[in-house]
Design a protein around this ligand. Structure first.
Ligand code: PBG
Length: 327
């Protein structure tokens, strides 16, 4: 035998020499669920280890994360039912706790990277990412609301806007709205290939944001999120987002969509982000809880493989634990 691949696996030192993929906390983003009561720390039954946090707890959390080299955060608001309406007015309201929190975080930790979520669903009494008019998700009316939301978020200190709504044309529309307000330094991380996935359940529990059953609109997001059966369509979305000025292209979920991550990575010079979503993390946590998997090993493997597939940035509920294990 002239060639023996096992020689390159023979010791930890050798394995380190030949390792093709490095993953550090610098590549990771920790999602944070924010709620209005300052001291709150509410568990999420379907996502053990994650909490809905008030601003005091969020500041503490960010301090702990930065201490282990994790400096990027994606924020989601758990909006009380009384603030929800059909057009998500509260998204840009003066008293909006999400916008206030961004300012408080950037005041205290100016060096962290804060990523927003721009979509109507946390604010919508219908639970949809766009506005429902006459029994339809109205694309172009939704763009106006998203533009205003993005501008308010950028003005409150978010470094990156994350449109997660999947309306057509939203990246270009948001880019123009930001530029018009002089917010040319605020980046856009577009949810480019966001699939109508069954793996968002724990997230929707956390925010109570599941699409509602309306008389004339189905309780799913299939008219705007992508069909899991499609891959070439992701390239079409990628081409549009790149042309419209996106700074990052995101694939979501991650583990069942590694081929999509790879295709976008090959097709575009933009950084590729992957969202390792709540249901993917919950499955692994449930198995670990039963003693069927080792949490640290399985989570490290999952994150490493997402990066190997071509993700530059990984958003994961395991980010903080990974950073701690490797600090
Ligand atoms: C909302 C949004 C969702 C997620 C991120 N932004 C849910 C959805 O589209 O219904 C899911 C993230 C996760 O499951 O971790 N626009």
């Amino acid at each position: 035998m002239l060639s023996r691949p096992r020689r390159n696996r023979s010791s930890a030192a050798v394995r380190n020499l030949v390792r093709e993929t490095e993953l550090t906390a610098g590549h990771l983003v920790q999602p944070i669920f924010l709620m209005p009561e300052a001291k709150a720390r509410l568990p999420i039954a379907s996502l053990p280890g994650s909490y809905r946090l008030g601003i005091d707890e969020v500041l503490r959390e960010i301090e702990q994360c930065t201490a282990v080299g994790l400096n990027s955060f994606m924020m989601f608001p758990a909006v009380p039912e009384e603030h929800k309406d059909k057009t998500g007015t509260y998204a840009t309201a003066e008293q909006n706790f999400y916008l206030h929190a961004a300012r408080a975080i950037k005041d205290r930790f100016p060096e962290v990277c804060l990523i927003s979520d721009a979509a109507l669903d946390p604010y919508s009494s219908d639970g949809h990412d766009g506005v429902v008019i006459d029994g339809k998700i109205h694309n172009d009316e939704s763009l106006k609301l998203l533009d205003a939301m993005a501008v308010a978020q950028a003005q409150s200190g978010f470094d990156i806007i994350g449109p997660s709504d999947m309306m057509d044309g939203r990246v270009g529309s948001i880019r123009r709205a930001l530029d018009q307000e002089g917010l040319t330094d605020t980046a856009i991380m577009s949810y480019t290939a966001k699939y109508a996935s069954a793996f968002y359940g724990p997230f929707r529990d956390a925010l109570d944001s599941a699409p509602r059953q309306l008389a004339d609109v189905p309780a799913d997001k299939k008219t705007y999120q992508m069909d899991p059966a499609n891959a070439r369509e992701a390239l079409r979305e990628g081409a549009l987002d790149a042309a419209e000025g996106a700074d990052y292209l995101m694939v979501k979920p991650a583990l069942n969509y590694l081929d999509i991550i790879w295709r976008l990575h090959e097709a575009h010079p933009l950084p590729i982000a992957a969202y390792h979503v709540s249901g993917e993390c919950a499955m692994l946590l449930a198995a670990a809880d039963k003693g069927w998997l080792n949490y640290e090993q399985a989570a490290t493997e999952a994150l490493t493989c997402i990066r190997r597939a071509g993700a530059d940035v990984i958003i994961s509920y395991f980010a903080k634990d990974f950073a701690r294990w490797n600090a």
